[in-house]
Design a protein around this ligand. Sequence first.
Ligand SMILES: C[S@@+](CC[C@H](N)C(=O)[O-])C[C@H]1O[C@@H](n2cnc3c(N)ncnc32)[C@H](O)[C@@H]1O
Length: 326
Amino acid sequence: MSLTDEQIKEAVREGYTRAVESRSSCCSSADAERVKQVAGLGYATEELENLPAAAVESSFGCGNPLAFTGVEKGDVVLDIGSGAGIDCLIAAEKVGPEGKVIGLDMTPAMIERARVNAREAGADNVEFRMGEADDMPVESDSVDWVISNCVINLAPDKGKVFREVARILKPGGRVSISDIVLGDDLPQEVVSNVDALVGCVAGAIKEGEYLEAMQQAGLVDVEVTERMVYGEKEIEGFLGECCQPDVEDGEGESSCCGSGKGEARDASGCCGSSGDAESSCCGSEKDEASGCCGSDGSGKSPEISAECIAQVAGKVWSARITGKKS
Ligand SMILES: C[S@@+](CC[C@H](N)C(=O)[O-])C[C@H]1O[C@@H](n2cnc3c(N)ncnc32)[C@H](O)[C@@H]1O
C-alpha cells in the first residue's frame, strides 16, 4: 500500500469514527444475538451481560486478551487501542478500586464513547487517554499489564509500538494481545485495499515476524497461546470495514453492523447506515488526502474478488500472543 504512515493512521481513524458512529445510530441495546456474537470471540456471556449495552455493541475486537491472564487486584493495565472500552471495563472489575486501567486510543469518537460507557458502568478506576500506540502518553516502567485487541495490525510501525510496550511495562510486567496475523503473504489486491486495511487484514504481518518484532523490542517469553483461523465467510466480514469476523446472527446477517435488523451489508459490502455515500468509504468519493477509499485515486475502495478471498482463507487468523518484560 503506497500510503504514508500518517495517511494510514488517518484512514484508520476515519474508518473507526464511522464504525463507532454507525453502531450508535443503529443499535440501542445489546440484544442476545449480539452478546452471542461477541462471546464467540472468547468472552464469557456473564461478563458481557454486566457491561453497558453500548460497550458490547461497539466491540471491534478479534479475541479476548484478558482471558486466562493473571490480572489481579491492584494491577495497572494499559489497553492499546481501547476503542469503546469493552476490555477496559472488564479489566476494571479485575483490578478493583485499588488498581487502575488506562485505555489509549487515537480516535476521538472512540475515546468519547468509551468515557460514556465507563460512566455508565460506574468504573471510576478507568481513564481514557488520546494517543498513538507508537508514542504512548504513558510513564516508563509504570504498567503491570499491556493488553490489546485487534489494533497493532493497524499500526504502520509495529516495531515502534512494541518498543513503547517494553518502555511502559514495569520489570516483570506482562503482555496479552489478541491480534490478526498471517500465515503467508497476502495478494496485492488485498494489500492495496484501504477497506482491508481498516478491516484489520491488509496491515497484518506474518505471525513469525510479529513475534520477532516483540522479541527485538526486548520482550521475552513471547508465544502464541491460541489461534482462531478464518475461512472465507469471516474474511468477508473483516472486509466490511469493521475489525470483526462475519459471524452470522440468527437472521444470517453480517456482524458488521451489530445485530440491528435491516443493517445487512449491501452488494458493495457496505453496512446500512454506515454505507451511505456521504459518510462511508464503501460508497462514492471520499477524501483522497486521507488515503481512504482506495489507493487508486478513484475515490473507491475496489471490491476484493471472491477468488482473492478464497485464496486468503485459512491464511489469516486471530492469535493470542503473550510475553513479558524481563
Ligand atoms: C479494531 S478496533 C478495536 C477496538 C477495541 N480494542 C475493541 O476490542 O473493541 C481498533 C481500535 O484501535 C484504534 N487504533 C488503531 N490504530 C491505532 C494507533 N496507532 N494508536 C492508537 N489507537 C489506534 C482505533 O482507533 C480503534 O479504536
